[in-house]
Ligand binder design. Structure first.
Ligand SMILES: Cc1ncc(COP(=O)(O)O)c(C=O)c1O
Length: 352
């Protein structure tokens, strides 16, 4: 079976982690500091604080913005549960917005309708690796957290030929990343908050309880030097990873031309294809089963929209995406033969 995701691990990655283990500085130390500097530089952010996961990064970013009980935070329904959990862990109320069919993240118009006197933040993911322009969200007048969990290396406004645009992660009041094993840069687990020095300092304070005079709420949410060493080693290959993801996506797109489905449009530097998401005209469960029968693990790109878990009616576009979207393997560790197997299976299954 070809797995839905598989990290690309090199001997350099192994040596980087082994070096940390040999030196014996396992917990947060110089590797974490260097990783923060390198990701901040890559994204063009003034400062960065590494934490234990993308979910924790979201929670601490919200707390740094002063989100607490009585606050509301607008999040997309068509997204992973991490967004909901990050908001509720702050004691705040998630308010769901419907999806935008063009970007697969939340719709600006629906987000606007959901604003109220208690709205303190909006979380905008660059869904599946497609960088979106945050300006329309920023015009809503509420701080935006830019969720780059799936989009490290994507360039906003990079759609036009030859345009390099601006790095995802450089737009919001704060930005977050994830370094989970399937992400663009994999450290096993891990996350980061990027943004202005004063806000990032709040995240640094909150992630570590040790040797503090006061007892304001803190946690142990640190990244280890072992993880940071792996992340740094992977970051050096990020451009090659993205190039390979784009080449695979280009091949799938070419093979799907004329097939009864909607595949991601060519998006230049704006898309890093964390996921290659196809909208099928048939049933998703039978497409997943048919892909499985052909040796390919495909998945729904969002397990289940949040409004379904909360029993909320409406959210027509999130419903439509949930009942049409299929994500197929698209990652640098795929061999050319595997790409061929996935493409052939996809064409056959969608044509049925
Ligand atoms: C958009 C988005 N935000 C946040 C997260 C949470 O990241 P983590 O799994 O590192 O906690 C994910 C995880 O997949 C994600 O897709």
């Amino acid at each position: 079976m070809i797995p839905h995701s598989r990290p690309h691990v090199s001997e350099d990655d192994v040596e980087a982690v082994a070096g940390v283990v040999r030196r014996g500085q396992l917990a947060q130390g110089p590797e974490v500091e260097a990783f923060e500097r390198e990701v901040a530089e890559r994204v063009g952010a003034p400062a960065a604080a590494a934490v234990a996961s993308g979910t924790v990064a979201l929670e601490l970013a919200l707390r740094a913005l002063g989100v607490g009980p009585d606050a509301e935070v607008v999040v997309p329904s068509y997204a992973c549960d991490a967004l909901h959990h990050a908001v509720t862990r702050c004691g705040a109320q998630p308010v769901l917005a419907d999806a935008d069919p063009a970007t697969l993240t939340l719709s600006v118009e629906d987000a606007k309708r959901r604003l109220g006197p208690r709205t303190r933040a909006i979380i905008v993911p660059h869904a599946f690796g497609l960088a979106v322009d945050l300006a329309p969200f920023e015009h809503l007048g509420v701080p935006v957290i830019e969720d780059c969990a799936q989009a490290l290396g994507a360039r906003v406004g990079g759609r036009a030929a030859g345009s390099q645009g601006r790095a995802a992660g450089s737009q919001g009041r704060l930005a977050v990343c994830s370094f989970y094993a399937t992400k663009l840069v994999a450290a096993g687990e891990g996350g980061m908050v990027l943004g202005p020095v004063d806000l990032v300092a709040r995240v640094r304070d909150a992630r570590d309880y040790d040797e503090r005079e006061d007892l304001v709420p803190r946690s142990n949410a640190k990244l280890t030097d072992m993880q940071a060493a792996l992340g740094r080693s992977q970051l050096r290959r990020l451009d090659a990873f993205i190039a390979r993801r784009r080449a695979i996506a280009g091949e799938y797109r070419r093979r799907l031309a004329g097939a009864p489905c909607r595949a991601p449009a060519e998006a230049g530097a704006a898309h890093v294809y964390h996921r290659f998401v196809v909208q099928t005209e048939g049933s998703v469960p039978s497409a997943l089963k048919a892909m499985h029968d052909r040796g390919v693990t495909a998945r729904r790109p969002v397990f289940r929209p949040l409004h379904r878990a909360l029993g909320l009616p409406g959210y027509a576009e999130a419903e439509r995406l949930w009942s049409t979207c299929v994500s197929v393997p698209c990652y640098p560790a795929l061999t050319d033969d595997e790409v061929e197997t996935v493409a052939a299976a996809l064409v056959e299954v969608l044509a049925r």
